[in-house]
Design a protein around this ligand. Structure first.
Ligand code: RP5
Length: 181
């Protein structure tokens, strides 16, 4: 397997990284520089105990890997792919063109155009090839959307999602009650 390092850590040794035998969700990104953004999706998958893998797949720098990864994903047992990219962000759309699985695109914020370039690249897909696009930099929502997709056939996950939503409600109510104290 490919040994990619992120700040000296091989990606294969990241929690839930390439060692996971049957990941349900693939979290991929165009560059190691996207990892700080994409970690929020990984955190959600960990919280919901969903098997996942993380990898770097660049539409431009590793085009052959893009093809092999996308074509193999469904047969490997994956159910959802989360793809983050910045700038000329072709990764999510190209993956979606080569797999029947749902693809969630995360537009990564860029320094030159603040991620508007990434957003437009990802959201403006042609008819026939959908990519579910989250807000700029919002990989947390990508993770949550992936879990919700899995919820359609997993009542246990659905329950966890409802608990998560209740937790948020409780948190807001608590903040609100502090304001009126
Ligand atoms: C895209 O180009 C990546 O997804 C990244 O967001 C952006 C910049 O990549 P680096 O130059 O930081 O590797 O392909």
């Amino acid at each position: 397997s490919q040994l990619l390092a992120i700040e000296g850590i091989p990606i294969s040794s990241l929690p839930g990284g390439r060692l996971e035998s049957s990941p349900l969700v693939g979290v991929i990104m165009g560059s190691h520089s996207d990892l700080p953004t994409m970690n929020a999706a990984v955190d959600i998958l960990k919280k919901f105990n969903v098997p996942y893998e993380v990898d770097i797949v660049s539409a431009h720098r590793t085009p052959d890997k893009l093809v092999s990864y996308s074509r193999a994903a469904a047969e490997r047992g994956m159910r959802v792919i989360i793809a983050g990219a910045g700038g000329a962000a072709h990764l999510p759309g190209m993956v979606a063109s080569m797999t029947p699985l749902p693809v969630i695109g995360v537009p990564v914020k860029t320094s030159t155009l603040s991620g508007v370039d990434s957003l437009y690249s990802i959201v403006q897909m042609p008819r026939g090839i959908p990519v579910a696009t989250v807000a700029i930099g919002n990989a947390q929502n990508a993770g949550l959307l992936a879990v919700r997709m899995l919820c359609t056939s997993r009542p246990d996950l659905r329950q966890k999602m409802m608990d998560y939503q209740l937790e948020m409600t409780d948190m807001v109510n608590e903040m609100s009650s502090k304001l009126t104290d």
